[in-house]
Design a protein around this ligand. Structure first.
Ligand code: HEC
Length: 190
C-alpha cells in the first residue's frame, strides 16, 4: 500500500523532467538548423570553401566544405598590380586567399578539426572574435575581407548557433597558412 502511494506521487514529479529532456533535444537541433541557415545566408562558403571547375566556371567543392584555403596551394608573395591600375585586390580561383593593402589573408579552416580547424576554440572565443574582430578573440586584428563587422551585428544567440552548427560538420585536416605582411612601398628618392 505504501509502495503504491509512492508510485502515484512520483509519476507527476518525473513528467516535467522527461518533457524537459525531450524539449532540450528539440531546441538543440533547432539551434544547429538555425546555424546552418545563417552560414548559408551569410555566405561563409564563398570564402571558406574552395572551388573546383564546373560547367559554368568555378563552383564550391563541398567535399572540402568550410575547410579554408587549401594547404597545397602555396602563396608566397602578394598580388602586385601594374602601376596606375585601378585593380588593387587579388584573389585565387577558390576565393580563399586574398591580397590587398593588408597583405595576404587566407580563409580559416572552420571545421571541427582539432589542430587545423576550430577544434580548440570555445563558443565564447568564437562569439568574441566575431564581435571584436580580434584573431582568436584576443590577438591581432582579423584581416579583410573577413566581414566580421557585419557578423558582429548578429545576436549572440545567432553567433552561438553558427558555432554549434560548425561543430557538427565533417572535420577536415587542412593547415591554413598565417597571413603575409603587406609590401612596404619605399618612396624612391629623386
Ligand atoms: C569575403 C570572404 C569571407 C567571408 C564571406 C567569410 N569569411 Fe571568415 N575569413 C575570411 C578570411 C580571409 C579570414 C582570415 C582572416 C585573417 O587571417 O585575419 C577569415 C577568418 C575567419 C575566422 C578566424 C578568425 C580569427 O580569429 O582568426 C573565423 C572564425 C571566420 N572567418 C568565420 C566566418 C564565418 C562564420 C563566416 C560566415 C558567417 C565567414 N567567416 C565569412 C574570409 C571570409
Amino acid at each position: 500500500m505504501r509502495f503504491r502511494h509512492h508510485r502515484i506521487a512520483l509519476a507527476p514529479a518525473f513528467l516535467p523532467i522527461a518533457l524537459a529532456i525531450t524539449g532540450c533535444g528539440q531546441s538543440a537541433s533547432r539551434q544547429v538548423e538555425r546555424g546552418r541557415v545563417l552560414v548559408i545566408a551569410a555566405g561563409c562558403n564563398d570564402c571558406h570553401t574552395t572551388k573546383k571547375p564546373g560547367p559554368k566556371g568555378p563552383e564550391p567543392d563541398m567535399s572540402k566544405m568550410l575547410s579554408g584555403h587549401p594547404e597545397e596551394i602555396k602563396i608566397t608573395a602578394p598580388y602586385q598590380p601594374a602601376a596606375g591600375s585601378p585593380w588593387t585586390v587579388g584573389t585565387t580561383d577558390g576565393l580563399t586567399a586574398w591580397s590587398g593593402a593588408w597583405g595576404v589573408s587566407f580563409a580559416a579552416n572552420l571545421t571541427p578539426d582539432q589542430n587545423t580547424g576550430l577544434g580548440i576554440w570555445t563558443e565564447g572565443m568564437f562569439v568574441k572574435a566575431l564581435k571584436t574582430g580580434k584573431h582568436m578573440a584576443t590577438s591581432r586584428d582579423i584581416l579583410p575581407p573577413m566581414p566580421w563587422n557585419w557578423y558582429a551585428q548578429l545576436s549572440e544567440d545567432d553567433l552561438k548557433a553558427i558555432f554549434v552548427y560548425l561543430r557538427t560538420i565533417p572535420a577536415i585536416t587542412n593547415h591554413v597558412p598565417d597571413p603575409l605582411p603587406p609590401v612596404v612601398v619605399v618612396a624612391s628618392t629623386p
